[in-house]
Ligand binder design. Structure first.
Ligand code: SF4
Ligand code: SF4
Length: 189
């Protein structure tokens, strides 16, 4: 992420306040910026912002910077940060919350495959009740970087030839019952 100076007037303090009221965000304001979470995180060397910086951005109300960061998508949900945090902040749950909001608000980094994959996966499960691996990966590639399909073609062909990759789009019966669940969960989100 490109580092830029941010001014306090750009902060959305109301968003930060709301965030601390949601499950997982209750202890956010107690962060002492010690950096233990960043040190414990096995993936922080690949992240554009460390977990500590993400927590600081959320706490101060810099919504877009937090939602657009690649860090929230690289988080592997290992909970090492949350276990080590001296203030018992649920950093992993905060990452989850940011991911959901980034997808809802269309603020995830464009052409970055992980959020595109998450979105395609959820959309397929919502519409069909099942994940058809080939189609999810195909749509993810089309929407992030179509050229990657060339490098995947050989592996895809081998998997299909040996019966380990199906091109069939599966669908469960009574899909309406399943679609009721995400609709209900949105109401409590
Ligand atoms: S370990 Fe906890 S207190 Fe320390 S910077 Fe990370 S979130 Fe804040
Ligand atoms: S849960 Fe995510 S942010 Fe925390 S240590 Fe694991 S990968 Fe890093």
């Amino acid at each position: 992420m490109e580092r830029q100076i941010r001014y306090q007037r750009e902060a959305n303090l109301e968003w930060a306040r709301q965030f601390t009221k949601q499950p997982g965000g209750e202890r956010l304001l107690s962060c002492i910026q010690c950096g233990t979470c960043s040190g414990a995180c096995p993936l922080s060397i690949y992240m554009d912002l460390t977990p500590r910086q993400v927590i600081a951005l959320v706490r101060e109300g810099f919504r877009e910077d937090a939602l657009r960061s690649k860090t929230i998508w690289l988080c592997a949900s290992c909970y090492a940060c949350a276990v080590e945090c001296p203030q018992k902040i649920s950093i992993t749950d905060i990452m989850y919350r940011l991911k959901r909001e980034a997808i809802r608000s269309n603020l995830y980094p464009k052409r970055f495959p992980i959020p595109v994959l998450a979105r395609e996966f959820c959309e397929m499960v919502r519409r069909r009740g099942r994940n058809s691996e080939f189609w999810v990966v195909f749509r993810m590639a089309l929407r992030s970087n179509p050229f990657v399909l060339f490098s995947m073609a050989r592996t895809g062909w081998d998997l299909w030839r040996t019966g380990r990759l199906s091109l069939r789009k599966e669908r469960i019966r009574r899909i309406n019952d399943l679609q009721f669940i995400p609709a209900a969960s949105k109401e409590v989100d």
